[in-house]
Design a protein around this ligand. Structure first.
Ligand code: TXA
Ligand code: MG
Length: 348
């Protein structure tokens, strides 16, 4: 069955939005834009509909979904024991790229929560996302709209590449502004704990509620380690091509990249560089994709998944990533994704 596609700005978009809302209400799946990445949505309280998301993505059944809402009333229908700190974070960062893990009410099906007694809630800021939730009159469960394990989708084309024919419809709202998934914060413990870094940083959260703990690691967990967020234990963001991340001082990184490129060329292999503009001035290879300026990690956030997907199509044997990018602010979240995407990390 074909996937219906409607593009924001086209004259049939209004009708498309209405049809997409009907599809959600009837238990189907719709991919839609958010300010972070594209989501693959279904009615969060309809277990059969949510199962279709898992099937389309090939997602492990114990990995819970984020439920997207458009009002605080919807929030109290789905979650309970909402603390004063949680309310403060909602006031400050919703709508926006922040997911709060709260105690789930019984109406939320197990398939949506991955069998946990908690649920992740987020009010997105993208107007198309909000309109879809409003018109469908449903809370919408939506993981990123990619095949499980592959780089997250930041354009409608990425979604089509992975899921065409496997989902009912897609709403194309252009490229995602932020380009990285939301910050996930567990509000059910003593101290709010960041399970996934994103555009809303630890400092932002601390400024708002006075306390926060970092509960994620940048590498996939070793066997035997316990994951607080089921998503932590799976391989992530991996293109098919092997990825090496080089961290260290700019000059050491430049030298290491140059020697990797010459070694590969001696072996007859093609190399793609995913590098900051500063590093790009002094090293050359067969393909290059820009991470933006070294000191502007928001540019890297917007291009990370786009770049990994693009380089993967250029017939290279290796992707070399420049780890000289500034790690402050959203830079921490970019490094989290880069380190997870990397098959190998070298400290130059
Ligand atoms: O920006 C985003 O969050 C995007 C857009 C579409 O909203 N969604 C997204 O969903 O990134 P997904 O499924 O790719 O990532 C959700 C993450 C996973 O790591 C999952 O394990 C975690 O959130 N998560 C969801 N519910 C949870 C819960 N109840 N407890 C702990 N972790 C949870
Ligand atoms: Mg995902």
């Amino acid at each position: 069955r074909r996937t219906l596609a409607f593009k924001s700005g086209d004259k049939d978009f209004e009708a498309g939005l209405k049809q997409a809302a009907d599809i959600i209400r009837e238990g189907g799946t719709v991919a839609f834009p958010t300010e972070t990445v594209y989501g693959l949505g279904a009615d969060a309280l309809n277990a059969d509909a949510v199962l279709k998301i898992f099937k389309a993505k090939g997602r492990p059944a114990d990995n819970p979904l984020i439920v997207h809402i458009e009002s605080k009333e919807q929030c109290s229908e789905l979650a309970e024991e909402i603390s004063a700190d949680a309310l403060k974070l909602m006031d400050k960062f919703w709508p926006g790229p922040l997911t709060l893990i709260l105690k789930a009410k019984n109406i939320v099906p197990d398939i949506t929560t991955g069998g946990l007694d908690t649920v992740g809630l987020r009010m997105p800021e993208n107007p198309v996302a909000l309109e879809l939730i409003r018109r469908s009159e449903r809370a919408i469960a939506a993981p990123s709209a990619n095949t499980s394990g592959s780089p997250s989708p930041t354009t409608a084309r990425h979604v089509i590449q992975d899921l065409d024919g496997k989902i009912d419809a897609i709403l194309d709202g252009g490229a995602a502004e932020i380009g990285l998934e939301s910050t996930v914060v567990d509000m059910t413990g003593e101290v709010p704990t960041i399970l996934r870094p994103g555009h809303v940083t630890a400092e932002d959260i601390k400024k708002c509620i006075g306390k926060v703990r970092v509960g994620y690691k940048d590498r996939t967990l070793e066997e035997g380690e316990i994951a607080r967020s089921p998503g932590m234990k799976y391989t992530h963001y991996s293109p098919k091509t092997k990825v090496i991340l080089i961290e260290g001082d700019a000059e050491d990184v430049r030298k290491t990249i140059a020697s990797i490129v010459s070694e590969c060329h001696r072996e007859g292999e093609r190399v793609g560089l995913f590098v900051t503009d500063e590093t790009a001035e002094s090293v050359k290879a067969d393909e290059t994709y820009s991470l933006g300026k070294r000191n502007v990690p928001s540019q890297a956030a917007r291009s990370i998944f786009m770049g990994l997907r693009h380089l993967d199509t250029t017939n290279i044997d290796l992707i070399v990533v420049d780890g000289t990018l500034n790690k402050e602010g959203i830079g921490a979240a970019v490094f989290n994704r880069l380190r997870k995407a990397a098959d190998r990390i070298i400290n130059a």
